[in-house]
Design a protein around this ligand. Sequence first.
Ligand SMILES: [Zn+2]
Length: 340
Amino acid sequence: MATPFPFSAIVGQDEMKLALLIAAVDPKVGGVLAFGDRGAGKSTAVRALAALLPKMKVVIGCRYNCDPDRPAEFCEECRARADKGALKSAKMPVPVVDLPLGATEDRGVGALDLERALARGVKAFEPGLLARAHRGFLYIDEANLLEDHLVDLLLDVAASGENVVEREGLSIRHPARFVLVGTGNPEEGELRPQLLDRFGLSVEVKTPDDLKSRIEVVRRRDAFERDPAAFVAHWDKEEAKLRKKIVAARDHLPDVAVSDAALERAARLCMALGTDGLRGELTLMRAARALAALEGAKDVGDDQLRRIAPPALRHRLRRNPLDDAGSSVRVDRAITELFG
Ligand SMILES: [Zn+2]
């Protein structure tokens, strides 16, 4: 496997990095949708984050990456294994699975293993990409070009944490909890608003537009490509620090308080922006809590709400025919009006 670029060495892209860190602390925040320039390193950031996370314990031989410490979430095969005796476990890196644009539904969710069906007459299930992504990331480049029904299906599985396949006389369910990361290019087709709303966070990724950052991007990229091992070793300390912070935040997350006052602020902001339904508030609250956990704060304050509001809300705004400002501008304006 190619050496991933260290997450801490990524220049700029603060919003994308923050959204990914938040999803790593609390995957329930929902997926991340990254809009912006091609070649701005969206895929690099996801792979870098996955490589930074602590390796995960898995049941040896399981095709679904089951966690040996969470028997309640076992797939059927692990349940049968556990009945027969102790499970053997191993460690594996957090997976990043690419869903290619032309992928069929079968390839994603899994299908009948035709070869075995024909050769031996047994109906066996061949797990798809969703099984491989369990406990990791599912990455879709240019999600806006994927068929709506497939995006819908992926979002359903990501939200429920379970993949259910019923066809050709097969009935299979297996755990599939993953963070969906989609990228989009606003110039090439759009996701339907109903689908947009189901992504937890949306971020704008731009190639840095100041001279110093651009030089630094090129310098680091060049150093990495010339000697990946030395570059990674150089950033090792920073990576270890960040890893520790994420692990601590995951532990600390259940203890972070969300006061009535903070909930009221979140609701007021969503009302001022006219977001549909309650998904906006819910995501804003969850993401602010994960951010507070990352920062070691005891409770959610205005500071976290203010910083996380643009990625949590900007993709949920209805078009306002009387206001042609971009959604980021509208969120910023509402924040200033409410928080001063
Ligand atoms: Zn299993």
